[in-house]
Design a protein around this ligand. Structure first.
Ligand code: AMP
Ligand code: ZN
Length: 500
């Protein structure tokens, strides 16, 4: 089954075909580093990470590029509002570059904790100003620009394809649906390529240009940097759905008008939002957002949040709540228990004296043995088919559970299959398995619960169901839940019951 992706350009799931055989160029819009990423933003980066991992698993030589926006992004995407970087620097009494450096580090610390692989190329806008100026010059030479009020604008009237990606009804918009604040624009959808004196006398970072001292608009950053690293046509461009109407429509206009290549990007992948109860979409500018550190301060592991995200398809809205995150944490605990059971069983089967931790190490082969064939291969095929079907991660996750609970699989093969799946899921299952085998902190609790589980199993064997039920009930009282699976009984405990 070929890999298929929902392409925003055609509004349908399409078979993915790379431009060059065996190679994929992938650009994802990166963070504007004026504040911490909120957990909604992090949903976008986990989506990109999973897509990149799927492409690599499919054997493509992937070049994943992500920008860092450290100049030119205003609070309104259509050139209205304040400059996000300048505003943040003023509020914090720091320079723009200090703010950018601090939040760039914070961003990568978050992505590392979420086990998001670092893109192959990370490019900062401020280090690519000459590429942006060169692209704007091409646009100017071809007659797509005009100057007004000191700024250089892109003239969308010269680019008939403007509405293609967002399927905008320009006439309706122009009839007054949008509040226009920049009187220099000929059309409301025109946008700034280069700002000079018209805005922000206090702009900290300015560069010389053919249009005066100033700084680039946000959209030209992504167009120039993606073309620089991936060429004038490339395979996939990603971002959140909020970028379809303005940012990505403007990037396309810039790139295609300058190069004449259509389509500039073959496949556009957009993730839906993470939403927060009645408050709706989380946003950095509106304040009151949740960061990954907030979740960690509440006692969660960053991977609990990754697991929570894997439970929703990237094109459906995901409601965030602490209850759902607690559910994800419990599920991860069950995963760890199953992995530990498997590791112990595999060690026993191989007569290993070194216990479970060596089985969880990278010495365990990454794919199941040929002989195990059948059952493991069926699980892996279902897993890959789910991912090929527009990256259906919830279904792929169900395959992982299927493997761990399939009593027909030899334990070592179940482990190897799970580790292979984890190359995409990124839940650090090897480490989980190793940790589970040598968890010192809650060793006493584990030993106690496992002794009770063994006692319950013995009671059930002797048909003393009253005793078995009373053991389960007593554990439940303490918040410890038992689940009987074909691989034995697994248990989960709330945080309070397990010393962290
Ligand atoms: P920004 O730093 O604001 O440019 O956003 C970074 C990425 O996060 C972009 O791809 C946005 O589309 C995406 N994004 C912003 N808010 C959310 C949200 N609540 N849920 C999911 N993705 C979001
Ligand atoms: Zn972008």
């Amino acid at each position: 089954m070929p890999l298929s992706l929902f392409n925003t350009l055609g509004r349908e799931v399409q078979e993915f075909k790379s431009i060059k055989q065996g190679e994929v160029g992938f650009y994802a819009c990166g963070p504007t580093v004026y504040n911490y990423a909120h957990i909604g933003n992090l949903r976008a980066y986990v989506t990109h990470d999973i897509l990149a991992r799927v492409l690599r698993r499919r054997g493509f030589a992937l070049t994943h590029v992500m920008n860092i926006t450290d100049v030119g992004h205003l609070t309104g995407d259509s050139d209205e509002g304040d400059d996000k970087m300048v505003k943040s620097a003023e509020e914090r009494g720091k320079s723009v570059l200090e703010v950018a450096e601090f939040y760039t580090k914070a961003f990568f610390s978050d992505t590392e904790r979420l086990n998001i692989a670092r893109p192959d190329i990370v490019c900062k806008a401020t280090e690519h100003i000459s590429d942006m100026i060169a692209l704007i010059k091409r646009l100017e030479e071809k007659g797509f620009t005009y100057q007004a009020g000191g700024n250089l604008y892109f003239d969308i009237a010269k680019f008939p394809n403007y509405a293609e990606l967002a399927r905008l009804k320009l006439d309706a918009l122009q009839a007054g649906a949008r509040i226009e604040v920049d009187g220099n624009k000929r059309n409301p959808e025109d946008f700034v390529l280069w700002f000079t004196k018209s805005k922000f006398a206090n702009q900290a970072l300015v560069w010389e240009s053919p249009w005066g001292r100033g700084y680039p608009g946000w959209h030209i950053e992504c167009a120039a940097m993606s073309i620089k690293y991936l060429g004038e046509q490339f395979d996939i461009h990603a971002g959140g759905i909020d970028h379809i109407q303005i940012h990505h429509s403007n990037e396309i206009a810039e790139a295609e008008a300058a190069t004449g290549v259509h389509p500039w990007v073959r496949c556009w992948v957009h993730n839906e939002f993470l939403v927060l109860g009645a408050k709706g979409k989380m946003s950095k500018s509106a304040g009151g957002f949740i960061t990954l550190q907030n979740l960690i301060d509440e006692g969660f592991d960053a991977l609990d949040y990754r697991y929570f995200l894997l439970g929703g398809h990237y094109r459906t809205q995901l409601q965030f709540s602490l209850e759902s995150l607690t559910g994800a944490r419990n599920a991860r605990k069950s995963l760890a228990t199953l992995l530990r059971n498997l590791a112990a069983a595999a060690a026993a089967a191989s007569g290993s004296a070194s216990g479970t931790s060596s089985l969880a190490s990278d010495k365990v082969r990454a794919v199941p043995s040929e002989g195990a064939g059948g059952a493991a291969a069926v699980h892996l095929a279902a897993f890959d088919a789910a991912l090929d079907d527009d990256i259906n991660v919830p279904r792929a996750l169900a395959s992982l559970w299927g493997v761990l609970k399939d009593a027909a699989l030899p334990p070592a093969d179940a482990l190897a299959t799970a580790f292979s799946m984890d190359e995409v899921l990124g839940l650090r299952l090897r480490e989980e398995a190793a940790k589970a085998g040598s968890r010192n902190e809650d060793a006493a609790l584990c030993a106690e619960v496992e002794a009770l589980i063994a006692e319950r199993a013995a009671a059930k064997k002797q048909k003393d169901f009253a005793k078995a039920d009373s053991i389960r009930a007593a554990l439940k009282e303490r918040g410890i839940l038992l689940e009987d699976t074909p691989r034995g009984t697994v248990w989960t405990a709330p945080r309070a019951a397990v010393p962290q």
